[in-house]
Design a protein around this ligand. Sequence first.
Ligand code: ZN
Length: 330
Amino acid sequence: MLSWHINTLTELARQHGRLAQALLVHGREGVGQVEFASAFSQQLLCENPTKEGLACGCCVACNWFALGNHPDFRLIQPESMAPETDDEAAAPKKEKKSAQIRIEQVRELQDFLAVGTHRAGRRVILLHPADTMNAATQNALLKSLEEPPPGTVFLLATSRPHRLLATIRSRCRAIPLPFPDRPAASGWLEQQGVADAETLLALAGGAPLTAARMAESDAHRRRLIEQLRDARFDVVSACEHCLRVEPAEAVGWLQRWVYDLLSARLSGKIRYHVEETGTLERLAAGPEPTALAGFLRVLMSARALSQHPLNTRLFFEDLLFKYRDLIAAT
Ligand SMILES: [Zn+2]
């Protein structure tokens, strides 16, 4: 539960009896819509709530919820956002996973709604990000929203509520989520171990989760660079850092590093990694400038492809092996 959501959660808890059956949880990117909707789902299902009405965190329902298998809860999200299963990791599918909530996922809800609840209480369906439903999918959802069985609550979480049909929005009670004030947000970031919370928060426009993601991604960037400094680095472990962020961002890290290598070789000037000047000069002394420039072109086209790699791991391992071969001569 995020500290800046507690007021809204307790306010909703006070309204338990007269809660709408569909809620539209919205706020700007980085405020934590899905975190809020998830905490609220748990609160609705909790069988022993606190006196403020928040989830207790230790009853049977809370435990099931934490394990992701409460029988009266459904999370509907695009396949691309679901964690990779062991089978998929072993044998990646040829097809790219959908970035949208598909109409079949919404239609399958009919079966879930047709049976009684397992704990004789509430049933909660969380759709996130709700704006990834196209018009046909939203219309399919509308049927369920119009006549939900008693005790059923739909939570639609999004940072783009304007992308939902007016017919959907009019069925939902809007729950706007505000950003916490700066001291509360930076206090939370510091608790998460983020150094430089104020700066990151300013860069993130006040969005605490965006700032936290930026801190995390920068930590991976720095650890990747540590590996790239060593001509015998372990490609598999370096690859892990690239897989923690959007592919285009990780390709960007490699591009800036190789740009600096080429620039160190040709002009002795360093643009992005000034603190690494000594290392860059040492590494750049080996490969031919044409080879470095060639690899920079490879990275440029990789960046164009990075929106749709079939297998992100192979995609980055390939780039990292090429990089290692390039500097191995030094
Ligand atoms: Zn509980």
